[in-house]
Design a protein around this ligand. Sequence first.
Ligand code: NDP
Length: 314
Amino acid sequence: MSKPDLLVLWDLGPHALGALEQDFTLHRHFEADDRDAFMADLPGGVRFVATGGGTGCSREIIEALPDLEIISSFGVGYDAVDVTAAREHGVRVTNTPDVLNDCVAQVTMALMLALAHRLPEADRYVREGRWETEGNFPLTDELTGKTVGIIGLGRIGKAIARLAQAFSMRVVYHGRTDQPHEPYVWYDDPKAMARDVDWLVVIAPSTDQTRGIVSKDVLDALGPEGRLVNVARGDLVDEEALIAALSSGGIAGAALDVFAQEPHVPEALRKLDNVVLLPHQGSATVKTRRAMGDLVVRNLRAHLRGDPVLTPVA
Ligand code: NDP
């Protein structure tokens, strides 16, 4: 019997693609030079899509596949998948939650430590021979005793909170709802929270409600001693207001894994010393990416068997 067709929109990597080849005939959209021609040549009756990253799955693709049943997306954030179109057409969407919590939390702490202790700058100082010629590097800061405010105390936010506590930090959070069973103070207003914290960590999904949640007002409230860490999505932060605040001393620094228009990072940010920049590395370890790929595969296989999918999005 021939294997069912699977349209692959994003390069899931050799591990997941190899596993999918066992059960599906793969159509690698991401490798096509002419994607319109590729879609036109696709066999009829495609029921399965795999995707991920910033590629997601557009309404156009969903509507070009009248038999589509499932979009299995690599990553916990699924803002690039048009879930409204999927819902309208009865297409289920899955993501890869939980398996990346510890990794993203570790990267968040690594960013905080790098920014507080000025590790990238100190590393450059040694490499450039300045330790020998100019003497000791200036004194830096530390996390101990500081307060971190987390925007988005979800699966990853809670993992960050636990690690922050291990660094003797006080944790508070902002979300739409109070979580009274959690041992942290809740703020219903991000600006009020920013005023009270040393560190603001952003780890909420990108939605119509969260876009621009770290506004000029919030950055002003964070103030000249405050630092921002964004490991969520670039569009949660007003990037122009952030550059202005960093350049003028409005806030002390920022550590950013995500940007408004990836992979473009504004020149103004790249020139600043009080920032640490990563190329969207939050979940990018061999172990975690493998676990995410496995979950993409398991969701598709479950649906193929007629079983419930493991991790449907709400
Ligand atoms: P969860 O859904 O578990 O948690 C999201 C949290 O955000 C919840 O606590 C929710 O609380 C809060 N939230 C949702 N809407 C709002 C809002 N309008 N205002 C304030 N808070 C809000 O998600 P995860 O922790 O699994 O992942 C979070 C996000 O992190 C992902 O969507 C993804 O975009 C990003 N991410 C980035 C990675 C990277 O590589 N940098 C890797 C993995 C994830 P409440 O419902 O109470 O508002």
